[in-house]
Design a protein around this ligand. Structure first.
Ligand code: GDP
Length: 304
């Protein structure tokens, strides 16, 4: 229900138009395919992924050209869902993943303003509510505001935070956080990192150092590197995904602000292009507005 509400804008335009492109059609001809292509590209799915979707539909409908709207809808849904990947289909599965490592260490990356801090706060809240002991690490030491913001969330969720003063070494904060987390018997440790995209080599060195230092405390950490992207920024989000995946191994995605955009298609394009599963989607500013991404639910919500 909240998913439907959070994706309202995208429903009205993106998939709403998709639905219209096929409504009443009993045959997949060039007009229908052109309309679909236009809608997909206009919704920030991206050109490469759009072409893939169109080709797959063509390949499937070539066999039996005449079909009803419902069937065409179903094929569209299946092909789109087929390009998406999720890490866990829901919170229960996610808790299973987390339970396999103790502490489970997440490193969160992304540029300033995408909603990184908010996502960490919402996530910490969800995990705490599920009975997990969560510790935060304020690894974005380049901005005083980043440390303060994370502190606000730590207070709000009522969980411990490890921080140092602005300008200190992010790797040192990560090291302290992991040590404290182990000492506190934490289930989950979430480390924030600096969101500066100055250049690839610097980003690589910075994140690489944080990782190496973490591994001095917990050898196989981080267990997850979550990249946060703002879903309302279209091509910028693609570009950021490109830069971060080149700089470090990104294992999952959080796509935020989907409530504020009519272009939910960006989720499909990025997941497909970078072959990284989407783990969370942000659908509002409130503490509850983060969902474990379920691809069938996501796709289906547009075709209701
Ligand atoms: P950071 O600089 O990446 O840490 O970004 P913040 O977490 O401070 O978020 C930047 C702004 O985006 C804040 O005003 C947040 O409330 C807002 N924000 C974050 N996630 C979402 C979301 O899913 N939906 C909406 N509408 N706003 C969001």
């Amino acid at each position: 229900e909240s998913l439907d509400k959070g994706l309202e804008k995208s429903k009205e335009s993106f998939f709403g138009k998709l639905g219209k492109a096929v409504a009443g059609k009993t045959k997949v001809d060039d007009d229908v395919l052109d309309d679909l292509e236009e809608v997909l590209i206009g919704s920030d799915v991206g050109v490469a992924t759009t072409i893939k979707i169109i080709e797959r539909i063509e390949a499937r409908v070539a066999r039996d050209k005449y079909l009803g709207t419902e069937e065409l809808n179903r094929i569209l849904r299946e092909e789109i869902a087929g390009l998406l990947s999720e890490t866990n289909s829901g919170i229960e599965e996610e808790l299973d993943t987390i339970a396999k490592q103790k502490p489970y260490v997440m490193m969160v990356v992304g540029v300033n303003g995408v909603g990184k801090t908010t996502t960490i706060g919402k996530l910490a809240n969800q995990l705490k509510r599920q009975g997990k002991k969560v510790v935060l690490g304020a690894g974005d030491t380049f901005r005083a505001a980043a440390i303060d913001q994370l502190q606000v969330w730590a207070d709000r969720v009522d969980i411990p935070i490890v921080k140092q003063k602005m300008g200190s070494d992010p790797a040192s904060v990560a090291y302290d956080t992991l040590q404290s987390g182990v000492a506190m018997d934490a289930d989950v440790i979430i480390i924030d990192t600096a969101g500066r995209l100055h250049n690839k080599v610097n980003l690589m060195n910075e994140l690489g150092k944080v990782k190496r230092v973490m591994q001095k405390v917990i050898p196989d950490s981080p267990h997850e590197v979550l990249l946060v992207l703002d879903g309302s920024t279209g091509q910028n989000a693609f570009e950021q995904a490109k830069q971060f995946t080149a700089a470090t191994e990104v294992t999952s995605l959080a796509v935020t602000k989907l409530d504020g955009t009519a272009k939910g298609g960006v989720v499909i394009g990025i997941s497909d292009q970078f072959q990284i599963p989407v783990k969370y989607i942000g659908v509002g500013e409130g503490i509850e507005d983060l969902q474990v991404f379920n691809k069938m639910e996501f796709v289906d919500s547009f075709f209701k």
